[in-house]
Design a protein around this ligand. Sequence first.
Ligand SMILES: C[S@@+](CC[C@H](N)C(=O)[O-])C[C@H]1O[C@@H](n2cnc3c(N)ncnc32)[C@H](O)[C@@H]1O
Length: 254
Amino acid sequence: MRKIFVIGIGAGNPDYVTVQAINALNEVDVFFIMDKGREKEDLVRLRKEICERYIKDKTYRTIETTDPPRDRATSSYEPAVRAWHDQRAGIYERLIREELGEDECGAFLVWGDPSLYDSTLRIIDQIIERGAVAFEYEVIPGISAIQALAARHRVALNQIGRPVHITTGRRIADGLPDEADDVVVMLDANCSFAAIDDPDVEIYWGAYIGTEDEIVAAGNLQDVMADIEKMRREAKRRKGWIMDTYLLRRSKEQ
Ligand SMILES: C[S@@+](CC[C@H](N)C(=O)[O-])C[C@H]1O[C@@H](n2cnc3c(N)ncnc32)[C@H](O)[C@@H]1O
């Protein structure tokens, strides 16, 4: 039977790749690599570097395909994302059916960890539901940008006995959730932290964490937000794309 691995490769540093991921990489016959917009060249290059570095037998095949663009013009975010997932499910299904032999093993290499803001697992579930191609699959966890951020700042994500809230820039644009003292923000294209005027919030910020372009900053949000906005703007201009993650903390610990 065909087998698919969904392998978390970590969020940028090839050293983040786990031993479990290396073992899985070495079982793969075909890697499916999806191009995703402007950052694609750098991210595709890292995936190829990982394969080169960790796979002993170089007889694997690589199939590159372009991800369909998401409709960003529509105001209804969730239906647009669902329609985009449908399209991607069709592409992944065709790749598994046409490019993978009956007893072969394929893999999708997922940035960071597959459980966080990544649609691969939802798409695999959709393909299984359609029933047009049969396969088994296994998920290998990876080091997410959140863990990499926390390690880089040498900070625990939660305060003693308190929860951690993980969300997107879009969702904190109107302020921090009332109940959350520690909020991790991903996918923020607009420096949404700049809208928060609470003087007691600290920020631990990082861009391109784990890569040679890494930039980090931390401090009282009101004191450092202008510097972070400037660094972010300049880095994005220089490189053409940016990925950043941050922890916002209302301090409860004395
Ligand atoms: C589509 S999500 C994927 C998250 C990924 N699955 C993970 O576990 O980290 C992309 C977002 O992850 C964050 N991200 C991923 N890699 C990062 C890195 N090396 N440095 C900072 N943020 C990163 C950014 O917030 C980016 O917008």
